[in-house]
Design a protein around this ligand. Structure first.
Ligand SMILES: *Cc1c(COP(=O)(O)O)cnc(C)c1O
Length: 294
């Protein structure tokens, strides 16, 4: 059965970022995936679409997934499940009071998601089969989706983002969290296009092993993870980054999100200065959304 798309892909444009590279032979563009939906934005829809299809195929009662208290994946899942007519449970890292929820968790419950709070210690068991079984006993016949949509269905859907990437692009840039989007892109992009993943957390190159585990052998080429631009760590922000975000908005007319894409674009600015990109490069940056987090 075909699921009804809650997002509007007709809104996706490739936008020129004139002047972003001082070298006028280098073109910088942004793929505006953030424009598909205000909540199920950017890469999140692509990671969810085949998971939702799978839930229908299994005639699941609902979806159960995992996230932190500010998770873009959690809120996107809540909205996507709502539009699909499926129940949803969010297993949240940390114990919060239902009558004092932050705006992200509040919106999850507004979309009908049931929140299941667990301690940080328990949350660390999110990939443990016994822990998962105990959750599925509480929510029988739910489909379990790993944190960040990090499964085969998620990677497959993320690969479809390449449908919007012009073939003459030399470098594709994307932010990485779980690296699900990165892996899906690398496996679907022509091997000649270089894929750069910007990690917004400290020591993000630990994701290398995860990436290598899932890459098709013939696509294990022309990819790099860059973790020099964490600005203090995941979810942290500095004055330099806030200033950059407002200058960017002023110049190009749209927002970057503070957790992922702002750090990527600031990193790109630095890499351009360093001369990382050869003359004539055509750089496409993916705006992966996440603006609800701002
Ligand atoms: C979730 C998210 C990412 C990370 O995606 P992964 O597939 O987990 O690597 C990047 N950017 C934004 C804006 C996100 O919300």
């Amino acid at each position: 059965m075909a699921i009804i798309k809650p997002v509007n892909e007709a809104n996706i444009v490739v936008q020129d970022l004139k002047g972003f590279a001082k070298d006028s032979t280098i073109q910088v563009q942004m793929l505006r995936l953030d424009a598909i939906h205000p909540i199920i934005s950017g890469n999140k829809w692509y990671k969810l679409k085949y998971n939702i299809e799978e839930a229908f195929r299994q005639e699941a009662k609902g979806i159960l997934t995992f996230g932190g208290a500010y998770s873009n994946h959690l809120i996107a899942t809540a909205a996507a499940a709502y539009y699909a007519g499926l129940a949803a449970t969010g297993v949240v890292r940390g114990i919060y009071s239902l009558n004092q929820l932050n705006p992200v968790l509040q919106q999850c419950t507004d979309y009908g998601m049931q929140l299941h709070f667990v301690s940080r210690e328990e949350y660390n068991l999110k990939e443990d089969a016994n822990f998962q079984q105990s959750l599925l006993q509480l929510f029988p016949d739910y489909l379990l989706i790993p944190e960040g949509g990090a499964n085969e269905a998620g990677r497959k859907g993320a690969g479809e983002i390449t449908d919007f990437i012009p073939s003459d692009v030399s470098h594709v840039l994307v932010s990485v969290g779980s690296a699900t989007t990165f892996i899906g892109l690398r496996n679907a992009l022509p091997s000649g296009q270089e894929l750069l993943g910007f990690a917004p957390m400290k020591g993000g190159v630990y994701l290398k092993a995860e990436v290598e585990q899932h890459l098709l052998p013939q696509k294990n080429i022309h990819w790099h993870l860059i973790d020099e631009y964490d600005f203090g760590g995941f979810g942290k922000i500095t004055q330099e980054l806030t200033d950059f975000m407002s200058e960017f908005k002023q110049q190009y007319g749209f927002d970057l999100d503070r957790v992922y894409t702002a750090k990527m674009m600031k990193g790109l600015q630095h890499k351009l200065k360093e001369g990382y990109f050869p003359q004539g490069s055509k750089i496409l940056c993916i705006h992966s959304g996440g603006l609800t987090g701002n």
